[in-house]
Ligand binder design. Structure first.
Ligand SMILES: Nc1ncnc2c1ncn2[C@@H]1O[C@H](COP(=O)(O)OP(=O)(O)OP(=O)(O)O)[C@@H](O)[C@H]1O
Ligand SMILES: [Mg+2]
Length: 265
């Protein structure tokens, strides 16, 4: 047995290795899936507004010709309903577009792209789009409060998206009462020249040991649900490579706030 293999086998259980392999495979096929989704969705985005205009024009003609009902429904009501349906189509495909964009960015190998200037707020929004299903199932009080004056920062937006997503997922995992809140915010600390992202939850919180250990490689209190203990470890590493830090405050039974502090040029 090679040293590497022995090390891997002492650190990870067979279940964890299978899970990691499943996620790695998922990552490698995701850009293809995203591409396949993008094409039909672009068609919906382009055609839905045209369809809406055509429907409205056709209904207008009917009205002018004195036809006052379609399928047992008054023309006015039909016109209003058709507008709502067409607007829903446009809004739905816009949502798909944003999720696809976030996934594409997320799946992009950091080594394959140049460091770039990007908007922290866009990055937070993309991560929220990706986690949206989980967030809405875990809390009725999710809110986002982004500082519009936050300057762009340099680096790989996909990596920061990965950090925020890991924090959002942890926040969701900590929730046991959907009446409690999860908040994500961004702020510009002008004096300290830092961008700050905060993910705050009113979940279970962490005891002293968890607070001390969180972020250590493979530390997890959620192994029963398949967690591995990589989220905060990787998040801390990414943020460190961007010249920043992650700070955690937590009170058992009350909740946790994780702050990501990044330098702004
Ligand atoms: N928002 C939070 N509220 C309560 N506990 C948290 C929170 N975030 C992290 N923790 C604690 O820190 C531990 C480590 O978190 P981390 O994200 O590194 O790993 P994980 O979530 O357990 O597993 P993985 O992220 O690999 O799926 C968690 O198991 C949990 O005990
Ligand atoms: Mg985690």
């Amino acid at each position: 047995m090679t040293d590497k293999k022995a090390l891997i086998e002492t650190r990870f259980s067979q279940d964890q290795l299978r899970r990691i392999e499943r996620l790695v495979s998922l990552g490698s096929i995701i850009s293809g899936v995203v591409h396949e989704l993008n094409n039909p969705n672009t068609l919906v985005m382009l055609n839905a507004p045209n369809l809406k205009d055509m429907l409205q024009a056709a209904i207008g003609e009917l009205e002018q010709n004195g036809i006052d009902g379609i399928n047992g429904c008054g023309v006015g009501e039909f016109k209003a309903e058709a507008k709502v349906l067409a607007d829903d189509l446009v809004a739905g495909s816009e949502k798909i577009k944003n999720i696809v964009k976030g996934l594409k960015n997320y799946a992009c190998d950091e080594k394959a792209v140049e460091s770039e200037e990007f908007s922290v707020n866009d990055c937070v929004t993309s991560a929220v789009n990706l986690a949206w299903n989980k967030l809405k199932n875990k809390s009725d009080k999710f809110s986002m409060d982004l500082d519009a004056d936050l300057p762009n920062i340099s680096g790989h937006s996909g990596s920061l998206e990965q950090v925020v997503l890991a924090l959002l997922i942890n926040a969701c995992d900590a929730m046991c009462d959907r009446r409690k809140s999860i908040t994500v915010s961004s702020a510009y600390d002008k004096a300290g020249k830092r961008a700050i992202i905060r993910v705050k939850d009113q979940g279970c919180g962490m005891d002293g040991k968890a607070l001390k250990m969180a972020g250590n490689l493979l530390y997890t209190t959620k192994s029963d649900s398949g967690a591995i203990g990589l989220g905060l470890y990787v998040a801390k590493d990414i943020v460190k490579s961007m010249g920043g830090v992650i700070e955690i405050e937590s009170v058992p039974g009350e909740g946790t706030t994780v702050a990501v502090k990044l330098p702004v040029e």
